[in-house]
Design a protein around this ligand. Structure first.
Ligand code: ADP
Ligand code: MG
Length: 254
């Protein structure tokens, strides 16, 4: 079993502190949902964990199995088991999905080791079938001209191929219609298991009808202000985020 520990993490963009003391431990096998209003630092948190260079970790730590990853480059973090599904995936014209994923898998192998092409395609098609992605897609450029839903499915396909220990999914539900949402959720649920830990970032509780989280956390002003089980998500859906903001303001006024 593995653990991803986020300890009192502070993250700044330039001079501005965005994440302000975020603490959470995710064990493999667990799905943690982080919900919160826009601008609260959810994407900043996930990008900082993945090692995005624009985000400066000013204090705190992120550890996999007790080992800090903060000195590691993004590719080393990926090899250590971190995967980030972007809220806004980039388009990469000229690079086919098949070559992109092959390169990503090859990059994780030891020097001198060669990815077996037929085994690779077998696995790729198996995962594409699971996510109901047309095989024609393998020759298309990564995300180039894709619809919102296609981009998100492509992110999940990458996740399925890379088999991370910890998946950070940043609003994977945004831009999806209900059918695409189901397909994405089915894909994640199929990957769910004792070797995968998930941090599921979402603004709305709709996704959580399909991917039922073990824990729900409310993020506000750069940190977790409330934690609970899946009923907390329903409460947020019914009441909105205003009560969280109000409680927060009252606590700060004291
Ligand atoms: P969320 O994902 O919860 O909506 P973000 O992490 O995207 O929140 O943003 C948190 C805050 O950081 C916002 O005020 C946003 O404007 C700011 N921010 C995010 N990315 C950048 C950036 N690259 N440069 C400057 N400010 C940013
Ligand atoms: Mg965001």
């Amino acid at each position: 079993m593995s653990s991803l520990e986020i300890k009192n993490l502070h993250v700044a963009i330039g001079e501005k502190e965005i994440v302000k003391g975020f603490t959470l431990t995710i064990n493999s096998g667990e799905v943690h949902a982080v919900m919160g209003p826009n601008g609260t630092g959810k994407s900043t948190l996930s990008k900082a964990i993945a090692g995005h260079p624009d985000y400066t970790i000013t204090s705190g730590d992120v550890l996999i199995d007790g080992q800090s990853i903060l000195e590691q480059e993004p590719d080393e973090r990926a090899r250590a088991g971190i995967f980030l599904a972007f809220q806004y995936p980039s388009e990469i014209p000229g690079v086919s999905i098949a070559n992109f994923l092959r390169g990503a898998l090859q990059a994780r192998m030891a020097e001198g080791e060669e990815l077996d092409a037929s085994a690779y395609y077998k696995r790729l098609y198996q995962k594409m079938d699971l996510l109901k992605i047309d095989r024609k897609f393998t020759s298309r450029s990564v995300n180039d001209g894709f619809s919102g839903g296609e981009k998100k499915r492509c992110e999940i396909l990458q996740m399925a191929m890379l088999e991370p220990k910890f998946a950070l999914m940043d609003e994977t539900d945004s831009g999806l219609d209900i059918d695409a949402l189901r397909i994405v959720a089915d894909g994640v649920n199929a990957m769910r298991g004792p070797t995968l830990g998930v941090l599921l970032i979402t603004h709305y509780q709709r996704l959580l009808d399909y991917i039922v989280p073990d824990h729900v956390h409310v993020m506000y002003d750069g940190r977790i202000v409330k934690s609970g089980d899946k009923s907390l998500a329903l409460e947020l859906e019914a009441k909105g985020y205003d009560w969280v903001k109000k409680e927060f303001a009252e606590a700060n006024a004291r």
